[in-house]
Every structure is written in structure tokens, then in C-alpha cells.
Design a protein around this ligand. Sequence first.
Ligand code: SAM
Ligand code: SF4
Length: 403
Amino acid sequence: MERSTFTDAKSKLEYHPQTVERLLNNEPVIPISMEVDLSYFCGDQCTFCHFSYTHQKPVRTDALLPILEKVFMPPKLADEVLRKMNEAGVKSIVFSGGGEPTDSPFALEIFKMAKSYNLELGMYTRGFNLKGELGEFVANNFEWVVVSLDVTNPEEHKLIKGTNGKIFLEKLENIHNFLKIPNRHANISVSAMVDTGHLENVPPYPEQQDLFGTDATQVTKLERDMLWLLGLGADEVQIRPIIDTGSYKEQRESHQMKGMAFMTDKQIWQEHYSWIPKVVSILERYNSLAGLNTSIDKFHQVYEGESGEETCYGMVISAGLVASDGKVYKCVNTRSIPEKIIGDLKTQSMEEIFLSESLDRSIDSFCRVGCRGCKVNEVFNRLSHSETVFLSPRQGVKHPNFI
Ligand SMILES: C[S@@+](CC[C@H](N)C(=O)[O-])C[C@H]1O[C@@H](n2cnc3c(N)ncnc32)[C@H](O)[C@@H]1O
Ligand code: SF4
């Protein structure tokens, strides 16, 4: 199945030359792809989850009933949102969160609607509900699904995901059954978020002796987990960095308190992420393994931090977010930040929101530092200063026809 590397946004730009050209000419565009949040509830509680602040408590679904429509996108609103996206020319949507999309009691109904509007579909999910009718619908109608498995044994599931090992085993069973669905259309990846803890040494699993050699008593957790995930036989394994969950801010404040103000933010940032180059050097050794997507670019992006660019192109191409109440946010990483609402699909059209002269495309202090080094913006920045000519010559580009 040739539909991998969907984490590499910059490599997809070449498929959309018209949109690229419009943006280079400072013309507004309708996003090619958008994220839609179906849920602000999640049955897991990952220690690293950077969107846990959006999650509604209590976590018992029956207790949520009285506030159901606040927590989950109602089907009537979903229909309006999806219709408007389709009419405006959005090509694809990613269900993610926020919370867990499939924990919405309306998930399957809304997936069917999205399909009927001819949108291509992808999803990040914790994988627990990827079974039965919902699992089959996803397998037959989505382009891809990423199961954010992250851990490789029941004990770690309890520790990192906050829910018991039985849930981990059920997720594994769902993945195995999904892989067996005849004529499955959707590509399925399993992903693992990594950080400094993955550099620790652990014994390999007994079944890995052939991979690491019989005398290998200790391997990094990164290698043990990565190879264990590959053994599941999914179409792809994604390894991605855990990014800023607030600790960077705390670290900066503590440096300032200790009078270490002479350190630049970049130094503090890279000290905080000093594990990244070490992880990358291990990933590079495994990079050519079939089915492994190590997102090395993403690790570099986080480590490098700010690129100094001022305009975000990523948000209009693929990152605009529709929240479960129909509000549209500039970017997935500004979920729930009131200042970053750019419109409301309950009352406005996609064109009113995205083709508006006043659409805020600035990279500002709300943007996460690790996101400000985005490779999509780097490509645009290069193109806007280069003599590359797209579909028509751009003003100011000299001698475009001398080859
Ligand atoms: C927030 S989750 C929402 C969808 C779904 N519940 C899931 O876990 O896939 C979307 C993706 O963000 C990732 N994620 C969560 N916290 C993160 C962090 N601190 N840094 C980077 N990615 C993170 C998750 O692993 C998941 O793949
Ligand atoms: S499963 Fe997804 S939404 Fe839920 S806590 Fe984990 S990363 Fe966050």
C-alpha cells in the first residue's frame, strides 16, 4: 500500500501547484485538508498528551450525557460543517483531537456523512473502538488511520496511558483484526511518541533475541519498542517526538530565577531537547527498514525551534481546525485559545472565513516554538525568494525563459 509518509507535509506540496502559486502571490486559498474535532473526551489519559487541557471530566460517558452536545460534535452541526467544506473545495479531513474521535457516540454516523460528501478521510485514534461496524467502515472508506499505540506492554499502558493493560490487549486485537479485513482500503499505521525515556536501556523482549543477538542483554527502549511495533505487521510504524507540554516554559522560568538570563532561549530550548540528536542518531541506523517512518525531519524541526519566519503557510494548506462547536481555529495547535478563533461554520461559509483579506496568517507568540520551524514554511520561504516560476511568471522574477 503506497500511501505512507503522511507526516511529511512538505513533500505533498508538489501535488498542489495551483495552491502553492496562489499563496506565493499572496492570494487567499481554501485549505486542501482540515482537521475536525469530534470529541473533547478521551477514555485514555496519556501523561504526555498536549491536548489534555481540552478534555472534559468526569470521564464516565453516562455522566457526560447532560452535556453531550458540548463535548461531542452533534451530527446536525457535522452535516453543515462537512457540506460547507465540500462545497468550498476542501479535499480531505483528518479526525483527531482534542479528545478521541471514536469515543464520540456519533462517530460512525459522522464518518458516513463525511464519506457521502466525497471527502477523503484520515484519522488519529487510540484504537480502542476500531472494531465492529466502525472498524469495518474505517477499513473500507478511509485512506489511512494511525493508531497511537505508544506503548508495547500492558504495564506501560497503565503507567503512560492511565488505563489498564486489558485495554492495551484489546487495542492489539483490534489492530490484528483490522489487518485481516478482506480488501481493506485504509492504510493502517501504529505510532509511538518518544522522548528522553526512550534512551534508557531495557532488556529486549524474549522473542527479539534473533533481532538483537543472543548475547544482547540490554538495548535502548527506542530500539526494543520500534522493532516490536514493526513486528505487528501494520502498513507503517511512525516514530514521532513528544513536544512541548509546558515544561519548556517552566525550564525557562527556572533558568531566569537562577539568574541564567545570559542564556538565549535557543540554548535553553536545545538543552531541554538535548535527547533529540541522540534519538535521531539511533533512528538513522534503522531508517531504511521497510515500513518504518521515523519522521527525522520532525525531530530536527522540534530541535531547531524557531526559523525566524513571520508567515504561516501550513495553516491554510492543511492545518485549519474545526472544533466540535463549529468554531474554526487558525491551527490545530491553537485549539481552544479564544484569541485564535478565525470564524464559525455555524454562521459563516468557508469562503467568508478563509478568503477574507483579514485572515491572520502571522506566526506569533501563540505558535509553539517547535512548530515555528515548520518545514512547509521553510519551503515557502525559499520559493518566495527564489526565481522558481510556477504556472505563470511572477512579478519581479527576471529572465524566466532563459534555460
Ligand atoms: C492528541 S491525539 C488525539 C487523537 C487520538 N486520541 C490519538 O491519540 O490518536 C493526536 C495525536 O497527537 C499525539 N500527541 C499527543 N500528545 C503529544 C505531544 N505532547 N507531542 C506530540 N504529539 C502528541 C498523539 O500521540 C496522537 O498521535
Ligand atoms: S489517547 Fe489521544 S487524546 Fe487521549 S490522552 Fe492519549 S493522546 Fe490524548
